[in-house]
Design a protein. Sequence first.
Length: 174
Amino acid sequence: MKLTDGTITLRAPEPRDLDALFRHENAPEAPETTRATAPVSRRMLEKYIEDYEATLSDGGGLRLMITLEETGEAIGSIDLYDYNARDRRAYVSIFVEERMRRQGYAAKALELLCGYASGILGMHQLAAEVAADNSASRLLFEACGFKTCGRLRSWIRVGRRYLDVLIYQRLFFN
């Protein structure tokens, strides 16, 4: 199965993605976008890619690389995590390299993932946690049909500051 819109493709991580994943996982904005508490090593990522299984299991996740269809270059990743099989729901997070932002790739990737989640996986809904001051991510999720459904005060720590998080949700009526 190929998840593509002709411009980008979503695919499982491969060994050739090691450098891209290393950049993504250790990006300066990583404290806001990941749950990692320490830098991620190349060896950790090699093992992750080596052991990767593109299947969801209860409580688990699925990572897909966002690649340019024309060149195959990995420009980001999109994840389903905290999957709940009974209620057919998961959280989604997305990362696009800074130099590739504001070109519509994130929206294309999110729409492809939503179609896959609802149409192929039969999911009922996706949710996302977005820092309240991250206007670009807020606009992205809103443009892709996600609605704000809650606010968690002082939810994430970045340096010495605590940031509120908005919860976004998209229901699929399948």
